[in-house]
Design a protein around this ligand. Structure first.
Ligand code: SIN
Length: 493
């Protein structure tokens, strides 16, 4: 029998319902809690501490004290801890995937994929921990030598979203710990259980008390975010989430000129040229649009198809998506789970209705799924999309595919760039010269060519414009948690 509830966990202590501060499982100072629900059934999963600013300050204090010793560990010691944490994740992948599916809604297959994606950051940063090289710089002064080395910044606050509750923790925290920083994690209120299970395993791997701390909150998120951004003991804030909240946090951080990484909203163009292979285009679109039920920051949001291939692409895509089963992530054969919260269904319906009002033609789906308590919406395809529609400006964050038509390469580039944000983009073409031209012209941080996936631990992940700054993963990821120090030596006799 496939597991369907938290009572099916093989390792029961992976389910934790308290915050984690200085190596201890603790309630909120106020003793208040908030409920975590399964978005597929609205079943109650757990009650979790509603922590506030004073709890966050305690976590920061613990991380600050821990930093005095943790900063002196060698890269190799930290690499070993990260590898142990990685191995523990692999050992408990089934339990971790179950917790993730139950609180986020994604299918068990996708949840296992996320655990593997998450561990890839631990492995990657284990390697990077020992490679934080400095430089020897030729000096213009014959009596001087200059060299640089890198030092950890200090306490890093890692604010993770609900769409990838494990991978976004390891992508941030893996880099921070590899660099020698200590950490305070703030998981999303919708999905704290996955982060708490990660704290169990990181602690078991041997990370010392105070180097990892988890502050849980739902309603007090603004107050906790403010504390983490304004507390002077925090030297780095990494946030993944909306552009709106990113701007607020950046404002808080400005007071102490605090270093930040911001991975904010996207509105990814997905451009299919006439010369594309139709199967490649359809499969890439399914991945780019439907992964995590359309709830990724890099999800294809504006699907632009050149006129010559438009109707054929719409037809093949419609057959492909129409055959995908929607349901509870733990059920056999399900390819698309629920959305993670109720507001998401309403937002998707607003986008669909707005498109219809402006002449959009729904050729698949178009409505919530009736007869279920969960946050389900039918996978939807809309033809005849136009610029004035809501989806052009806002991420839909749902399995809703809006098909825009274009004629020329130049037109596609202009439409794609007519946007305030620039995280990911995708192009489908068999023309090598065109792929170079378009990749160079798109105002985004990452472009997938003939594929719908941008995620890899070794890839620097991040955007331009209002999608934020900084990169996570890749050789750049660890640098976000390091400061360069230079040493100038007088060698005159
Ligand atoms: C995100 O949605 O922010 C992350 C997606 C990914 O890493 O693939």
């Amino acid at each position: 029998m496939a597991p369907t509830s938290l009572s099916d966990l093989k390792r029961k202590d992976l389910l934790q319902t308290k915050g984690f501060i200085n190596g201890e499982w603790v309630p909120a100072k106020s003793n208040k809690t908030f409920p975590v629900l399964d978005p597929a059934t609205l079943n109650h999963l757990a009650d979790i501490p509603e922590m506030g600013a004073s709890d966050a300050a305690l976590a920061v204090d613990a991380a600050h004290t821990s930093f005095t010793t943790f900063r002196k560990t060698t890269g190799r010691e930290r690499a070993r801890l990260l590898r142990r944490w990685n191995d523990l994740n692999l050992l408990h992948i089934d339990d971790l995937a179950l917790i993730l599916t139950l609180e986020n809604g994604k299918t068990l297959a996708e949840a296992k994929g996320e655990v593997l994606y998450a561990t890839s950051f631990l492995e990657w940063f284990a390697g990077e921990a020992e490679r934080t090289y400095g430089e020897v710089i030729p000096s213009a002064n014959v009596n001087q030598r200059i060299l640089t080395f890198k030092q950890p910044l200090g306490v890093a606050a890692c604010l993770a979203p609900w769409n990838f509750p494990i991978a976004m923790i390891t992508r941030k925290v893996g880099a921070a710990l590899a660099a020698g920083c200590t950490t305070v994690w703030k998981p999303a209120g919708e999905t704290p259980l996955s982060a708490l299970a990660q704290a169990v395993l990181a602690h078991e791997a041997g990370f010392p008390a105070g180097s990892i701390n988890v502050v849980t909150t739902l309603d007090l998120v603004a107050e906790v975010g403010k504390e983490l951004c304004t507390n002077k003991k925090v030297k780095k804030v990494s946030f993944t989430g909306s552009t709106r909240v990113g701007k607020i946090l950046a404002g808080h951080c400005a007071g102490a000129v605090k270093k930040m990484s911001l991975e904010l909203g996207g509105n990814s163009p997905f451009i299919v040229f006439d010369d594309a292979k139709i199967e490649t285009a359809v499969e890439a679109c399914v991945v780019a649009k439907l992964r995590n039920s359309g709830q990724t920051c890099v999800t294809a949001n504006r699907i632009m198809v050149q006129r010559g291939i438009y109707d054929q692409f719409a037809e093949v895509l419609s057959k492909r998506i129409g055959g995908m089963k929607v349901g509870r992530g733990t059920d056999e054969g399900v390819a698309i789970g629920p959305l993670t919260h109720e507001r998401a269904v309403q937002k998707a319906m607003n986008h669909i209705n707005d498109a219809k009002k402006h002449g959009g033609q729904v050729i698949l789906g178009g409505a919530p799924i009736e007869g279920t308590k969960g946050y389900f919406i039918q996978p939807t395809i809309i033809k005849n999309m136009s610029q004035e529609m809501l989806t052009t400006r806002e991420e839909t964050f749902a399995p809703v595919v809006g098909l825009y038509k274009f004629d020329t390469e130049e037109e596609a580039i202009n439409l794609a760039n007519d946007c305030d944000v620039g995280l990911g983009g995708f192009i489908i073409t068999e023309n090598m010269a065109r792929s170079w031209r378009v990749v160079e012209a798109l105002e985004v941080g990452m472009v997938g060519v003939n594929q719908g996936m941008l995620s890899a631990a070794e890839n620097p992940f991040g955007g331009v414009k209002e999608s934020g700054y900084g990169r996570e993963g890749g050789a750049q990821g660890i640098q976000e948690y390091l400061a360069v120090k230079s040493m100038l030596i007088n060698v005159s006799v």
